[in-house]
Design a binder for this molecule. Structure first.
Ligand code: FES
Length: 197
């Protein structure tokens, strides 16, 4: 049939086209794409990931990063805080094992983070949305035996350094942990994780 050469030509064209698209796709998802991620202000407001360089943070420091119009608390935990989380105060918490859907799967652990050194959580109380205050070193006035945590001044909710809510307060759930990931150079990306990258 006279169409055979035509079919062969078409097949060759499709093979080539697929290879080119495949090549572009590979480049598109490669690491440099993530490294050069630089969304516009408009894109950030709409929910695009935001970056924060955590390498400059000192232990104990809290930085507020705006994502989707909300404050995200990024805290570099101290050795003392890590030891406190390790020791646990689990019987005092409403949801110590993060059973509620308030974090990605990789943050279901005792520090609610893929990187124990950093807490990344929305600074929005799960009661009525006030901003909890970071109480570094003087939280014991609020919860006996626990030196660091967050206190919501609106109606008295209390959270530990993994953002877990204490018993007998109005907030019903742990602070929400947004999707996030750390790049090799220490940049934190909020709003994006390994599954999207
Ligand atoms: S808004 Fe935080 S306790 Fe009510």
């Amino acid at each position: 049939m006279s169409s055979a050469p035509e079919n062969n030509g078409r097949r060759r064209f499709l093979t080539l086209a697929t290879a080119v698209v495949g090549g572009v796709g590979t480049v598109g998802v490669a690491v440099p794409f993530i490294k050069s991620w630089n969304p516009s202000e408009k894109a950030k407001a709409a929910g695009a990931p935001v970056e924060h360089d955590v390498t400059k943070m000192v232990p104990g420091q809290l930085v507020r990063v705006k994502w989707r119009g909300k404050p995200v608390y990024v805290v570099r935990r101290t050795e003392e805080v890590l030891a406190e989380l390790e020791k646990g105060h689990l019987e005092q918490l409403k949801d110590p094992d993060s059973k509620e859907d308030q974090q990605p799967e990789y943050a279901v652990n005792s520090h609610r983070s893929p990187n124990p050194e950093f807490l990344v959580a929305l600074g929005v109380c799960t009661h009525l949305g006030c901003a909890p205050t970071y109480r570094a070193g003087d939280f014991e006035e609020i919860v006996e035996g626990v030196s660091n945590g967050f206190f919501c001044p609106c109606h008295g909710s209390k959270f530990d350094m993994a953002g877990r809510v204490f018993n007998n307060v109005p907030a019903p759930k742990n602070l929400q942990v947004p999707p996030h990931m750390f790049q090799a150079d220490g940049t934190l990306l909020i709003g994006l994780d390994e599954g999207d990258a």
